[in-house]
Design a protein around this ligand. Structure first.
Ligand code: NI
Ligand code: MN
Length: 231
């Protein structure tokens, strides 16, 4: 599994020869100027919630690629009205796709569209594939519900927000990594805006002190994830 950081909370995941774009907020991100959304390959677009900094480029990418939007019922309904195909899910549900299984989990946050209309409940996703199992937390607070994840899934990587202010900050993300029993963390949702600026070295050290590894990618940089060998 190859995960490319597209800035903010935007990712491209390549797995089982499929491309999954997560929460595309690229065209308005000053820091992601080197990424052209029309060049992005996508078979699916995963949207965690309806905030602008997660859905901004979803319509353009979906129309350009024919990708299917996987999200909550309200968000999928919104895009179906724009003639974009979707797969609606809700919290606690799993569904099998050609690249693997997705489970939609709760996130402690809010979810309204930029015009203020209701965007359903915010979510995170667990992806279970033959190449790796990952958790994409979405915008969320630390929540004890995260402890349920390792009862069902051995995670190889967790993608956690670390920018604070709108989501968990670094200290809570370290606790979250304990809750989900995962020592391999990719940080996201930081630095894009002034209130979520972080000290990178401090963040890396906070995880290192607990024998965990925090990866912070440059925009456009990729991380390879594999199934951890059985201990
Ligand atoms: Ni949000
Ligand atoms: Mn956000």
């Amino acid at each position: 599994m190859k995960i490319t950081f597209l800035g903010h909370a935007s990712l491209q995941i390549e797995v089982a020869d499929k491309f999954i774009i997560v929460d595309p907020f690229i065209s308005a991100n000053e820091k992601a100027k080197n990424i052209n959304i029309y060049d992005l390959k996508a078979d699916y677009i995963l949207l965690t919630h309806a905030h602008q900094d997660h859905i901004l480029d979803a319509e353009v990418i979906a129309k350009n690629t024919g990708a299917i939007i996987i999200s909550n019922f309200e968000i999928v309904t919104h895009y179906e009205k724009l003639d974009i195909d979707g797969h609606a899910m809700n919290i606690g549900g799993s569904s099998q796709f050609d690249f693997g299984k997705i489970t939609m989990l709760n996130a402690i946050h809010s979810s309204s569209f930029p015009d203020g209309s209701y965007g359903g409940n915010p979510a995170g996703f667990v992806l279970e594939t033959k190449e790796a199992n990952i958790y994409i937390a979405g915008d969320t607070a630390l929540t004890i519900d995260m402890q349920l994840i390792p009862l069902q899934t051995k995670l190889d990587l967790a993608i956690l927000p670390i920018g604070d202010n709108f989501t968990m900050g670094i200290e809570d993300a370290v606790i979250a990594s304990d809750f989900i029993r995962c020592n391999n963390i990719l940080g996201y949702h930081y630095d894009t805006f002034t209130p979520i600026k972080i000290d990178h070295q401090k963040a890396i050290n906070a995880f290192k002190n607990k024998d965990k590894e925090l990866t912070l990618l440059q925009i456009g940089e990729a991380l390879l994830v594999a199934i951890e060998s059985k201990k």
